[in-house]
Design a protein around this ligand. Sequence first.
Ligand SMILES: *Cc1c(COP(=O)(O)O)cnc(C)c1O
Length: 393
Amino acid sequence: MREILPREPLLLMGAGPVPIAEPVSRANGVIINHLGDTMSRVITGVQKMSQYVFQTKSDKIIGVAGPSSAAMEMTITNLLWPGRKVLVLKNGTFSARFGEMAEAVGADVDYIEPKTQPGYIEARAVKNALKNKQYDVLTITHGETSCGVLNPEIEEISFLAKERGVLIIVDAVVTLGAMPVFMEKWGLDAVIAGGQKALGSIPGISLVAFSESAWGVIENRKNTIPHWCLDARKAWEFWGFHNYHYTAPVPGVLALHEALNLIEEETLAVRFARHSMSSKALQEAIKAMGLDLYAPEDMRLNSVVAIESPDSASNAKIRNYMSETFGVEISGAFGLDIMRIGQMGEQCRAHNLFKTLYALGISCRYYGVDVNIAKAMSVLEENLAQDPETFVP
Ligand SMILES: *Cc1c(COP(=O)(O)O)cnc(C)c1O
């Protein structure tokens, strides 16, 4: 490992995985028995804290030993089967993934896409689609990480779905824990959160919360569920009754427990304010530097900021230089000519922002891009600390 890893850990400022706080890292090094009283207390703690973080009273909260994609697959494979009709709101890589999964279980899949790219699917378009056909399920990606786009009309879309008796599955991987997501108030039926993104934990373990209506569909389902590991009723053996389903990824569950605990201690209100202030300061600073943001303001995701590549230089070269010279990593994108900076959990800390912005500026300049680094740094500073009481630590 010493030969493979850099001498100093890289500062991960991309679209995930994100840096983890010390208590999360410590928990990730601990193994306890996956069954028994101690584990029972951990499971109950994860569910109790999740109720707060998801903003739901539903107790049907299940951890998934797998990436966020596995959690997405748990919702799809339990709520859809051959003949069930699903409307997929598709505006990027992750929202499209729901469609691929739904097709794979034999559901009848329709897509709506935005008129422009970058874009989100408006409530108006959803209303029309729901009028024309009776669906069983609708899927929506609250924050589409691949292009840095938020769907600001999610609450209205959920209301429209409810009106027609359609269950709404929400990918909140990049939003839940970083910006407002209110499962109960918004009437969401299955909400997916991923460890390594806005929750600030490790990759490879995720969470799903089901509403009572969604759980009712799962409980009353007659045909078998094709994914044994992702069968929610089987998973409930462990998450509901603390019995064996498969051996849970114990360190991952402990890490999630600590990540949720940090969110609860900080409180959602303070955490959302920190994320919003941090991300907006970064956005202003990037503009001041002379670079363009990819998503228009009315749909801009705060937890992942997408930046257009400068015309004169390749973003892959800039990112490599940032990584090699400054030890700071940001993301490219799948197919789009953009760079993405994450604003989730520990990424939203003043010292990380200054380091990242400086590294980005110098790396752009190295490749001949005309940037105003000093102005960017001062705009960042002005926006991060507006008065002695409100600042991003
Ligand atoms: C990262 C991400 C996923 C997939 O997460 P994995 O852990 O890689 O499976 C799904 N949805 C969104 C919105 C994401 O940002």
